[in-house]
Design a protein around this ligand. Sequence first.
Ligand SMILES: Cc1cc2nc3c(=O)[nH]c(=O)nc-3n(C[C@H](O)[C@H](O)[C@H](O)COP(=O)(O)OP(=O)(O)OC[C@H]3O[C@@H](n4cnc5c(N)ncnc54)[C@H](O)[C@@H]3O)c2cc1C
Length: 568
Amino acid sequence: MAVLHSSLAPYSLKKLILIPHLKPRKICHFQAMSSSSRPEPAVLVHKVPGLNPDEMDRVSDQTFQRYTSSSVKRNGNGVAIVWFRNDLRVLDNEALYKAWLSSREVLPVYCIDPRLFGSTYYFGFPKTGALRAQFLVESLFDLKKNLTKRGLNLLIQYGKPEEVLPSLAKTYGAHTVYAQKETCSEELSVEKLVSKGLRRVVLQSPANNPNLQLIWGTTMYHIEDLPFDISCLPDVYTQFRKSVEAKCTVRGCIKMPASLGPAPSIEDWGCVPSLDQFGLQHQNVSLGMKFVGGESAALGRINEYFWKKDLLSIYKKTRNGMLGPDYSTKFSPWLASGSLSPRLVHEEVKRYEKERQANDSTYWVLFELIWRDYFRFLSVKYGNSLFHPGGPRKLEHRWSQEKTLFETWRDGHTGYPLIDANMKELSTTGFMSNRGRQIVCSFLVRDMGIDWRMGAEWFETCLLDYEPCSNYGNWTYGAGVGNDPREDRYFSIPKQAQNYDPEGEYVAYWLPQLQSLPKDKRHFPGMAYIKQVVPLKFGNAGKYQNHDKTSTARGTNFGGRQAKGSRR
Ligand SMILES: Cc1cc2nc3c(=O)[nH]c(=O)nc-3n(C[C@H](O)[C@H](O)[C@H](O)COP(=O)(O)OP(=O)(O)OC[C@H]3O[C@@H](n4cnc5c(N)ncnc54)[C@H](O)[C@@H]3O)c2cc1C
């Protein structure tokens, strides 16, 4: 058992809870050391993917050749608009494909919706942090480049889609606006407003009859191929997985036309925005991983992880790691922004299995992508209850919203190195491993007793890979209010530290003050002490109660519709 190291004793959780006015920074000694005394970590920043720009372009061009075709025939007329949302890619993009097929000219549009740069609903954190905004800027820049190479351009407009799109449809006489279908209430409310705006165009000039066509494109398994009605979606993941694996096939990627032009001529196509246009300042990534946004980088990462480094063959053994770029695929930021299609990942896994090897690891990437699908489908089945305090099961529980305590977690000042290191990684890079996310979620909710929505909203601010279904879905599971009553797990910090960072390498990377300690002391310098005096697990299971009413849904800044249009 670790012995308390006097100079590194973390303040006790009990003290924090009993005396909330204590300023953690003052009593948490190891965090008060001056930065000049900290040894520099060996590697400062890993670029993900770790390819140089020329290599990335080459890889991306090769993949484009594989997934495009020159023999696709076009038979449409007029102008179609593609409204890019969370599908910032060219390959396997069905909305773009249908727009191309049904028209003579395609007008690709991205709307920078000011609401995405407002505040989160309950706790008022920035809805999009600077790192994700930067990732978005890079993604748009790359999309514009890839469209231009194929004869189109990207019109970037600052404004609400329900104002921008009808006006463009009217000006260019577009017959259809194609877009990827979303499933959560804020996005659904924008879809409704766009449809309404397009109907107004018809009223004003009946000859012009634009309509909105929404196309499913976010999951690996298509919603129409599910072997059950979505209202009967199993509440146990394993049942869902077994059922889709037995009864459905993943559709192949759509072969996109090699050339997509011509585009209608527009004088000003709009520039890729800079961060100050979002009211944000550039945040430098000085440690950990710096992800590069955009489809080219996503294809580069597949190439690097699967083909160049052969890491796919050992994924199952490494996936629970926390340090460095290569323990897991790191596909999530590109999947969330839609720069990468899950079906393309599926096809590349199958190709790898054919050309190199098939094993547990190659299968396990698909297993994880089925989790991603599952959370998306759950959002259709459960709607807004995903965002309610009691989650899909409508459980009642008194959560604390104590600000000081929450801030120690948010800022990585809890005094527990495993928690602090993960929270520092999140705020510095916009990323955290799956293992880390489960641990910090359990700590916030079960050890600190804090409202899980505070954690979920903070993740919403910071994560590069934020998307509502996976984020709120995983948080409801972590808080024990998810749809599956059996997914109610407590993560013991000593056990997690022992299993996943036995040498303390991860914590010492993010908290360099710990590097001078012997490896066995890095992790829980105060563990013996904490175990004696702090009831780490509050045993909350007995406090939950079922109740029938959902919490009062309120309006959001999305769409002005009260209650129904609200996520919360
Ligand atoms: C509290 C909490 C919040 C989370 N919030 C998000 C989020 O906002 N966006 C997000 O994409 N993921 C979220 N996850 C899931 C998971 O942590 C990340 O997808 C994963 O860490 C991304 O790293 P990777 O791409 O290297 O994953 P890999 O291990 O390489 O997995 C491959 C892909 O499978 C999918 N995947 C893996 N695990 C999960 C999971 N538990 N749920 C859903 N999809 C999964 C991801 O798309 C991932 O890219 C959250 C998990 C927790 C516990």
